[in-house]
Design a protein around this ligand. Structure first.
Ligand code: ADP
Ligand code: MG
Length: 247
């Protein structure tokens, strides 16, 4: 069964139809790259999948658990249950500035999932170790580089052992020399078969790491498939035009 199913998703802001009939599935262990021009609806799609926005119509389902159907959402408890199934990494890290690195990672497990502090901290330290940040657990976000902050954000997104991780342009706010360290961490997660949906302009990453690429334009999925086809031999003219910028 798919980890995530999105079917006929629709979302408008007033007269602006931002998502038009979006359908795709993400299988366990799959890495999906979403590419497309600015304003094509990529962030809105991720925000709808992670309950930061609500769809107007269509279905979102996590491993068979329905988040919304025909634009109708379940009760608070159902939503809370689904919130534990995913993690989200933003472009601008969005760490809690007044919390230490470790507390950034343990806050959701303790407050949302009711995990006891010791257990949450032990797990948080494991995740920080994995991200190469063991030395930084007592530091505050402002004392870290952008790359380090984003690695904390990835550890935080993984704190509830999600079934799927979403990334919204995770390297776009970073200097080129720091981009590499984040892409490396994401490659390692992919090798460990973490299920991931990554909005990115890093075509090298999409080509090498993604199992499937989705090209969005004006709120539609224009083309999706094997990265070697979509990126190197796109069938659609709009995909071709978009990719010319990266050639
Ligand atoms: P992308 O991430 O592909 O650049 P977005 O999903 O951010 O695209 O935006 C798609 C469209 O939706 C844009 O026209 C944007 O202005 C609009 N939009 C996004 N969020 C909002 C919002 N909260 N209110 C009104 N319009 C929005
Ligand atoms: Mg965006």
């Amino acid at each position: 069964m798919a980890v995530l199913t999105v079917k006929n998703a629709k979302k408008s802001f007033g007269e602006n139809h931002v998502l038009n009939d979006i359908s795709f599935e993400v299988g366990k262990g799959e890495v999906i790259a979403i590419i497309g021009p600015s304003g094509s609806g990529k962030s809105t799609l991720l925000r709808c999948c992670t309950i930061l926005e609500h769809l107007d119509g269509g279905l979102i389902q996590y491993s068979g658990d329905v988040l919304c159907k025909d634009g109708k959402y379940g009760d608070k408890e159902q939503m809370q249950n689904i919130r534990k199934k995913f993690g989200l990494v933003f472009q601008n890290f969005n760490l809690f500035p007044h919390f230490s690195v470790l507390r950034n990672v343990t806050e959701a497990p303790i407050r949302v999932a009711g995990m006891d502090r010791q257990k949450a901290e032990a797990h948080g330290r494991e995740l920080l170790h994995k991200m190469g940040l063991s030395e930084k657990e007592n530091a505050y976000p402002c004392e870290l580089s952008g790359g380090q902050q984003q690695r904390v954000a990835i550890a935080r997104a993984m704190a509830l052992d999600p079934d799927i991780l979403f990334f919204d342009e995770p390297t776009s706010a970073l200097d080129p020399e720091l981009t590499g360290e984040i892409l490396k961490v994401m490659r390692e997660l992919a090798e460990e078969h973490m299920t991931m949906v990554v909005v990115t302009h890093e075509m090298g990453f999409a080509r090498d790491v993604a199992d499937r690429v989705i090209f969005m334009d004006k709120g539609y999925i224009v083309e999706q498939g094997d990265p070697k086809v979509v990126i190197d031999h796109p069938e659609n003219e709009r995909t071709r035009l978009f990719l010319q910028r990266f050639a």
